[in-house]
Design a binder for this molecule. Structure first.
Ligand SMILES: NS(=O)(=O)c1ccc(NCc2ccco2)c([N+](=O)[O-])c1
Ligand SMILES: [Zn+2]
Length: 260
């Protein structure tokens, strides 16, 4: 039976090590990225992102975040290049956000928190499927995208518009024909390091690819994220926000950049 965890004082990030001791492991995520300490690596290839919007399937409130899930039974929606070897298939994307516009991202940059962070999760096709890849040291590649308060983001609004159907934990609805490439900034400059899932089971299986440039989100749009609930229908409602893990010790890891 999977142990229940959350982001509260009683069961939140400071307590996760009690049931998931890898929380104190050598390659935990997120981290604070210090650009001046990142090493430019000219051997890093450009990121190659090929997404087929027809592969988007549904959107779910899983009680920790919302997630948009993709059909991943072929190589039509893949990530190659960058720091990774081989082909990784997009499985899902989700976000982490704060209770205010002053916090919410998991990674920070020189200690700066963004109001939201988008994660696009890909799995290594050297493994049979996502679940096989989940706990392998080279199993996953997650693209992290910061969201910065500015003008409203019409592409993101397509996701927010269906939140009414997934307000409570366990609710899901179809979400066809969505191209997550439209949620990426113009520049694919990135930092990369070896890390982990940022929620339990905290497997140290993620090659992180954090984009330097943010995409925009309006404050009004951020208020829509916070209308989702951590709780199931019929329970005392708890607003879904502050669903982020704070930065973890770097423990000697190197962060590389594909830009100067
Ligand atoms: N914030 S993240 O991108 O690092 C992240 C965290 C957890 C999980 N999964 C948690 C899990 C696995 C098995 C049971 O439950 C995923 N994911 O599955 O893509 C991604
Ligand atoms: Zn995440």
């Amino acid at each position: 039976m999977s142990h229940s965890w959350d982001y509260s004082t009683q069961g939140g990030p400071d307590k996760w090590a009690e049931h998931f001791p890898i929380a104190n492991g050598a390659r935990q995520s997120p981290i604070n990225i210090i650009p001046s300490q990142a090493q430019f690596d000219s051997s890093l290839k450009p990121l190659k992102i090929q997404y087929d919007p027809s592969r988007s399937k549904d959107i779910l409130n899983n009680g920790h975040t919302f997630q948009v899930t993709f059909l991943d039974d072929n190589d039509s929606t893949i990530l190659t290049g960058g720091p990774i070897t081989g082909t990784y298939r997009l499985k899902q994307f989700h976000c982490h956000w704060g209770g205010s516009d002053n916090n919410g991202s998991e990674h920070t940059v020189d200690g700066v928190k963004y109001p939201c962070e988008l994660h696009l999760v890909h799995w290594n096709t050297k493994y049979a499927n996502f679940n096989e890849a989940l706990n392998k040291s080279d199993g996953l590649a997650v693209i992290g995208v910061f969201l910065k308060i500015g003008s409203a983001n019409p592409r993101l609004q397509k996701v927010l518009d269906v939140f009414g159907a997934i307000k409570a934990k366990g609710q899901q609805t179809t979400f066809p024909n969505f191209d997550p490439k439209n949620l990426l900034p113009a520049s694919l400059n990135f930092w990369t390091y070896e890390g982990s899932l940022t929620t339990p089971p905290l497997y140290e299986s993620v090659t992180w690819i954090v984009l330097k440039d943010p995409i925009s989100v309006s404050s009004t749009q951020m208020q829509q994220f916070r209308k989702l609930l951590f709780t199931s229908a019929g329970e005392t409602p708890l607003c879904m926000c502050n669903n982020y893990r704070p930065p973890q010790p770097i423990k000697g890891r190197k962060v590389r950049a594909n830009f100067k």
